[in-house]
Design a binder for this molecule. Sequence first.
Ligand SMILES: O=C(O)C(=O)C[C@]1(C(=O)O)C=C[C@@H](O)C=C1
Length: 480
Amino acid sequence: MNARMQNRLSLSLYLNYFVHGIGLIILAQNMQALGKLWQTPLATVSYVISGVGIGRLVAYLILGTLSDRYGRKNFVFLGMICYFIFFLGMLGAPNIQIAYLLAIVAGIANSALDSGTYTTFIELGGNEGASNVLIKAFMSLGEFVLPLLVASLENNNLWFGWSFILAALVLIINFFLLLPVKFPKTNQSKSSMIGTLKGVNKLKKIIITAALALYGYTSMALMILFTQWITLYASETLHMNNVASHFLLSLYSIGSISGVLIMFWLLRKNISELTLLVSLNIAALISLSIICFIHVAWLTQIASFVFGLTAASGVMQVGLNTFLKLYPQIKGMITGVFFTFGSLASFTIPVITGWLSQKSVAAALEFDLLISCASLLLVVIIRIALGKQRTLAGTRRTISFLDKIIVRLLIHRFKAVDTIITLKEEINIPVLDSKREEKVLSNVSAGCSDQKIVPRLQEIYTAIMASSRKYQENKRHNNN
Ligand SMILES: O=C(O)C(=O)C[C@]1(C(=O)O)C=C[C@@H](O)C=C1
């Protein structure tokens, strides 16, 4: 697949996630208008929203597994068609039952898109990890744009349905853009991936698999719980005013988008994914602790931003990438398993925290600390069980780092040679000093603990000294 086609494919896949970001919150953002349309109270509209969760839960595993057999492209299109039906259908839904069915269709759309897209980015090879993290950025972009659109439609007394129409329109355009584009071969083992997850025995593989599946739950739960309770926590426990309380969520979102971009940049630099996961989970736990235990307004604001920057920076996607590299032959199914656990979180967290909030809102938010600890524990287990993964890119990173140090040391060596040439000129002796060169070579041998590489090091030093002589002779020649 050539680079142009690959870029075109990536762009279309990302565009779908912009629409998906809109789909995630479009019902919640239009609850009042939809309530009027269906002549039902807000609580019933909220009940319709739960249908999306049902759709996801039912569809993920099935669609993921099927996408391994029938190709990713079909499932991306299935996702787009389902979303199209959802957006337009909602505007014409005659009653709450049909609306509920359409919400299930949105859940199916979500599962189909994920099964077809995350897998495709991995199958495109290259910086696959980074691409999957960028999906999160496009979702956040959709979630950022839609509230602005809804508010401006409302302010101008325009029909609320335009935002639904816009999403459907983007899907149609993208459908035709994507139609002629070829997808990479399903479940191929790219050479870059063969070297990725090695040295994992059976028991370790079971432990890592369980930990990664659970991480699908905890990484999702961590974000959902925070976004659900932070505003109430700020007003009830920290006694912030209405605007300041809502602002914490905005800070979290800005943190999230910045976090995704930083993560994308770091992954493209081939930073180890697991080291990143552990560090980000530590930072998320610290910022959450600050919010829970230190009740100072400006610290809470900074901590909310940092929490978005770390917990919502695409760590879930990085977890999935690791999972996919462990099972390169059944990527669709693994995507299904991972997000099924994520969907379970979106179901159970509101129930658990709703119950905890009867005691206090603080108790609900503090439950996120427990989830954060569990998340950290899981990524540490995965990191230890996988061990230090030797990859071509990672090892080259080490070599580049060492080369930087060696070059600096060589600069110092040449500076010392500069002094030597001046001294030699003063007493008028030749550049070449064979005795000294022998001594340097024997020093090299004495200083090297691995006898096998002594001849190689001496070869290098012979070259260094030859070059040092040339340098001195040039200098002498230029001075005269
Ligand atoms: O020690 C010296 O006399 C140098 O000029 C330095 C140096 C070296 O690079 O180590 C270079 C040339 C000589 O033949 C011996 C050693």
